[in-house]
Design a protein around this ligand. Sequence first.
Ligand code: NAP
Ligand code: GDD
Length: 323
Amino acid sequence: MQKRALITGITGQDGSYLADWLLSEGYEVVGMVRRSSTLNFERIAHIQDRLTLVSADVLDEVSIVEVLREHRPDEVYNLAAQSFVQTSWGQPVLTGEVTALGVTRVLDAIRLTNPEIRFYQASSSEMFGKVREVPQTEHTPFYPRSPYGVAKVYGHWITVNYRESYGLHASSGILFNHESPRRGLEFVTRKVTNGVARIKLGLDREIRLGNLEAKRDWGFAGDYVQAMWAMLQQDEPDDYVVATGETHSVRELCEVAFARAGLNYEDHIQIDQRFKRPAEVDFLVGNAAKVREKLGWRTHVDFVGLIEMMVDADLDVMRRQVS
Ligand code: NAP
Ligand code: GDD
């Protein structure tokens, strides 16, 4: 029988790739969208006619219960979040409501309507923060460094707790940074690749950045959503680190991105204190041995391939806009 999945956060980067993947696996896909004054369906425009979009909000539990009652999914992927770390200092309470308590609202809605539903929680390497060991595994202690990271720690533990308290099939994917041409413009990879395209076409001269020495384990979002799905196909729920196992600095990201367009990053980067964070996560690198061994998960795009893909995509978009 055809399986039905509900994705919260379907309009986001990961939601759109996960919807692509689940459709290709033969799922019926229901996407939760929140009300806004203008439509923001760009990332799912290419598949919109194959999706059922329903209005609800993780701030409003009744709306989630209604969606579950009406659409009866077999699997729920909870990707909805206030996901930008910098914003979480300016809006710490909202971040807690959406990114932390939102998880409990979805879990409670599952518990009350159909505890057989399989649940995926989008946890984050940001929970490791000021890292306690290198590389980070499922057993590395958390030390979050932002209100966002703190909220994700809550979301992770409430997922574990509902699994242990109520026997829910609830899994938490501790995903390291993953990017794509559909990444939001405020995140550093896309900010740089979009900026490179603008500079190449003469629309801009510089990109203003914060800390160039921060290091991240960056992978391709299209690969990472397959791990989310694989977790829910297991007999037993569990927690998994998903990462490439390689780390690179923001400076290296700039070097690769500018070089793709035949430019030198040192001619175009300005340091701007506004983009530095009150507390930084200096270094992340994950050990994905468990997800590789147990779920057979693999990456298909490496760091240079990812950044070049993003620069090429931004150049294409920008060229179409100016022509
Ligand atoms: P994203 O592009 O920012 O998407 C976030 C999604 O959440 C959007 O669809 C957004 O809807 C939705 N949302 C926000 N507030 C909501 C609310 N109150 N009710 C319902 N939906 C709401 O994030 P992403 O990169 O795809 O990440 C997906 C998830 O994985 C997030 O939970 C993120 O924290 C987590 N994560 C991401 C990464 C990464 O590197 N990308 C790594 C680890 C974990 P609108 O379009 O209406 O704003
Ligand atoms: N956004 C941004 N803008 N980051 C900058 C800038 C800038 O101008 N300059 C330097 N950086 C540095 C940040 O200080 C950080 O160390 C690094 O670039 C990455 O920043 P982001 O791309 O904003 O991502 P993030 O690592 O903070 O968070 C992302 O990854 C998490 C997983 O570790 C988000 O996708 C989170 O939702 C996700 O959980």
